[in-house]
Design a protein around this ligand. Structure first.
Ligand code: PMP
Length: 348
């Protein structure tokens, strides 16, 4: 029998869960004061669990508004009757940047300050963290395990695994153990972090196959890649290749302010809607899948998650340059090489 068939109470699965936590601890450099939980419900369920577990109705909770996913997190806290305030927002420029760390000022009474470390839709990322005195919580769904992690900066960090750490089904939650003591009684068991902590993430049937893939991915990150510093260098190089090319041409535009650019999601636009449609169709034909921007903002987005290789990025740049060369009168492609067939899709 495979991991998909055996009971979640079998020793093999108990081992799988414990070792996935252990691998997470090692890669993130977590100390004994950190708890690691493997949950279900994706990033979206965390948007509800955080206000439920760490604030009572009417309590102040502060959020940094950086766009699509930030707004979803804010909406849930409001729906639960928490007193939500914005510690900072980049709505004034259509979320083309993330607020400067120094400008993030949560209320001192706030139970926590929540931010999205990498804004998957807008293509922005925090490269500097605020130091506010209020416990920081980060949705790292699109950048946890893509670069080194500083455990001291966060009261809690969480990420669904489907981008950088495996496939859909698992959400990794890292939180300070002392925070578990502050959770109010009376929450439904499934929605109380203490339940999952007490049962070592095996309170109910866990998504065993997804955990297994994450377990493999964590091993790959550790032993084949060489840890998060090495992964971070690879990801910086991939994103640098693409941004450098985009900056070298007037054909493609990058709407995100340089200091806020995401290393994971590179967002760019073309000169017209017609060219955009033609570009996406040609990219698809060439085997470059998933380059359309998020449906809420359009344009293009190349997602460079951990599974995407430098070779794929080089291939994408070759394709971008060939397309620009064909559609800008009098301008040959900047690069001499033309793309051949891709080794893998650019979007993971
Ligand atoms: N947070 C971020 C930053 C995301 O990018 C996403 C989805 N892509 C979510 C939360 C929602 O995650 P899920 O679909 O796992 O609920």
């Amino acid at each position: 029998m495979s991991v998909m068939e055996i009971s979640h109470r079998a020793p093999e699965i108990e081992f799988l869960l414990a070792d996935t936590v252990e691998r997470t601890r090692r890669l993130l450099g977590l100390g004994d004061d950190a708890e690691v939980l493997l949950l279900q419900g994706g990033g979206s369920l965390q948007f509800c669990l955080i206000p439920m577990n760490f604030a009572a109705a009417g309590d102040p909770v502060d959020y940094v508004d950086t766009g699509y996913w930030a707004q979803k997190s804010i909406r849930e806290a409001r729906a639960l009757g928490r007193d939500v305030a914005l510690a900072a927002s980049s709505a004034d420029q259509d979320y083309a940047y993330v607020p400067d760390a120094a400008s993030i000022r949560p209320r001192p009474s706030a139970r926590y300050c929540h931010l999205i470390s990498n804004n998957t839709v807008e293509g922005t990322q925090f490269h500097q963290l605020p130091d506010t005195g209020v416990p920081l919580i980060a949705d790292m769904s699109s950048d946890l395990m893509s670069a080194p992690f500083d455990p001291d900066s966060w009261a809690m960090a969480y990420a669904h695994t489907q981008k950088n750490i495996g496939i859909a089904g698992v959400t990794l939650v890292v939180l300070r153990r002392s925070w578990l003591d502050a959770i109010p009684d009376g929450l439904p068991a499934m929605l109380d972090y203490r339940t999952h902590s007490a049962h070592h993430s095996n309170f109910h049937t866990p998504p065993t196959f997804s955990v297994y893939v994450t377990w493999l991915m964590l091993d790959w990150l550790d032993r084949e890649i060489g840890g998060l510093t090495a992964m971070g260098a690879i990801n910086r190089q991939k994103a640098g290749t693409l941004y450098d090319y985009l900056d070298s041409t007037a054909f493609y535009q990058c709407p995100v302010q340089p200091a806020s650019r995401s290393l994971m999601n590179v967002v760019f636009t073309l000169p017209s809607a017609d060219l955009l449609a033609e570009f996406l169709a040609a990219a698809d034909q060439a085997g470059l899948a998933g380059l359309a921007g998020h449906r809420s903002i359009g344009g293009c987005r190349a997602s460079l998650f951990n599974g995407v290789t430098q070779e794929s990025v080089d291939h994408l740049v070759g394709f971008l340059d060939a397309f620009a060369g064909q559609h800008q009168p009098g301008r040959p492609g900047l690069l001499s090489t033309q793309p051949d067939s891709p080794s893998q899709p650019v979007n993971a």
